[in-house]
Design a protein around this ligand. Structure first.
Ligand code: ADP
Length: 200
């Protein structure tokens, strides 16, 4: 199966663009959803997390105590690495399982942290970056999430830079001050190129 990895910073328009591909019949695999599912009640990561961090990180319903884990890994880089050591291989395995089960001309894996975390670039045939300016990211996320400018800047500071994401890209969809019709035209052109690639 031909696999496209879709990435972009927070507020770049990843979900918007991913949905436009889905409307064209491309199956989506969302790694954020997988991350959530494996740490939900009876999620496959939970026994490993309990063993590594202790039962106090497991909520009453058997899911991850997200607030507690967030406050731990926020200040403790080693703990973050230990958590990722559990979750990342499981997310990759689940992604591969979904890829095998997917029916479509090609499959799109949405990986917000494709550039930041490890080996994704080697796991996909093409990297597609959704690009916009930092100012646009800030405005959109303040508007979407009701965050302050400082809160958005703090999130952006923990992500790869715009330049790093562009450097990692095989293809780019520019989504800054772009009306929906123009975004759709970019998606159509990219989609047709992928259809051709997938048939090679
Ligand atoms: P991401 O998934 O990368 O965080 P989203 O797709 O959720 O980004 O987009 C962030 C916000 O900006 C959403 O509220 C979305 O509706 C809006 N948005 C994205 N692209 C555009 C665009 N071209 N024109 C207008 N609004 C947009």
């Amino acid at each position: 199966m031909f696999v496209v990895g879709l990435t972009g910073g927070i507020g770049s328009g990843k979900s918007t663009v991913a949905n436009l591909f889905a409307m064209r019949g491309v199956p989506l695999i969302d790694t954020d959803l997988i991350a959530h599912r494996i740490t939900a009640p009876r999620g496959i990561a939970m026994p490993h997390i309990a063993a590594e961090f202790g039962e106090e990180f497991v909520a009453a319903d058997g899911s991850l105590d997200r607030a507690r884990m967030r406050s731990l890994v926020f200040s403790d880089e080693a703990a973050r690495k230990r958590l990722e050591g559990i979750t990342h291989p499981l997310i990759r395995a689940e992604t591969e399982r979904e890829q095998h089960e997917a029916h479509g001309p090609y499959v799109m894996v949405v990986v917000p942290l494709l550039v930041e975390s490890g080996t994704w670039k080697e796991r996909v045939n093409r990297v597609l970056t959704v690009d916009c300016t930092v100012e646009t990211q800030i405005a959109r996320v303040m508007n979407r999430n009701g965050f302050s400018r400082e809160q958005v800047l703090a999130i952006i500071a923990r992500q790869a830079t715009r330049e790093a994401r562009l450097a990692a890209a095989d293809d780019v969809i520019f989504n800054d001050n772009v009306p929906l019709e123009e975004l759709e035209m970019q998606v159509d052109a990219t989609h047709h190129a992928y259809l051709a690639d997938a048939m090679k």
